[in-house]
Design a protein. Structure first.
Length: 181
């Protein structure tokens, strides 16, 4: 009798834990830079109470984490197919996102309270390998690249400057630009 009770408690707890989501990989379906919200499909499958395995549905209205403060932002394109890490908030996001009252607290750790962090890797890249091998920060987009390391800043690609340019120190140049004019 006690053994059956213990097993029943374990089953109930296991079923409840299976309904709590904390973090999982996902794929961006769409992103609206005007609102900062994405549609994201979690990776993997979930099991229904009758044992069927189904794909997770797309989650809409997912806020995306972009490194920023009130005065400085780092922006990069977020495109369909990009990987992300979905974190399920302990609190419902409606009051934070839309100024609404929380419903009843039943959406803690729910998929509808997901936050996406883009850039989750399932494979490396040339920029990541260079950054690790040279101890530098690398920003790469197509053939253009900027590398910042203890040795200095290296820019590969065309550079367009709108505004003034000030330099202290020596300037050397090659190509067709006359340095000693």
């Amino acid at each position: 009798m006690l053994q059956e009770f213990v097993q029943q408690v374990k089953t109930v707890v296991s079923d409840m834990i299976n309904e709590v989501h904390t973090a999982m990989p996902g794929t961006i379906n769409s992103f609206d830079p005007g609102t900062g919200l994405a549609s994201v499909t979690p990776a993997g499958k979930f099991r229904t109470p009758d044992g069927k395995q189904l794909d997770y549905p797309a989650i809409t209205g997912v806020p995306v984490v972009i490194p920023q403060s009130s005065t400085v932002q780092i922006a990069f394109p977020i495109s369909p197919g990009d990987s992300c890490l979905l974190i399920m908030s302990e609190q419902e996001l409606d009051s934070w996102l839309y100024g609404r009252e929380e419903a009843d607290g039943k959406l803690k750790f729910d998929l509808t309270s997901a936050i996406a962090i883009p850039g989750l890797l399932n494979r490396g890249s040339a920029a990541l390998a260079e950054a690790c091998n040279t101890g530098s920060a690398v920003i790469a987009a197509g053939a253009s690249k900027m590398s910042v390391s203890a040795n200095g800043v290296t820019i590969t690609g065309n550079v367009i400057i709108t505004g003034n340019l000030s330099a202290s120190g020596n300037i050397s140049c090659g190509g067709s630009f006359p340095c000693n004019a």
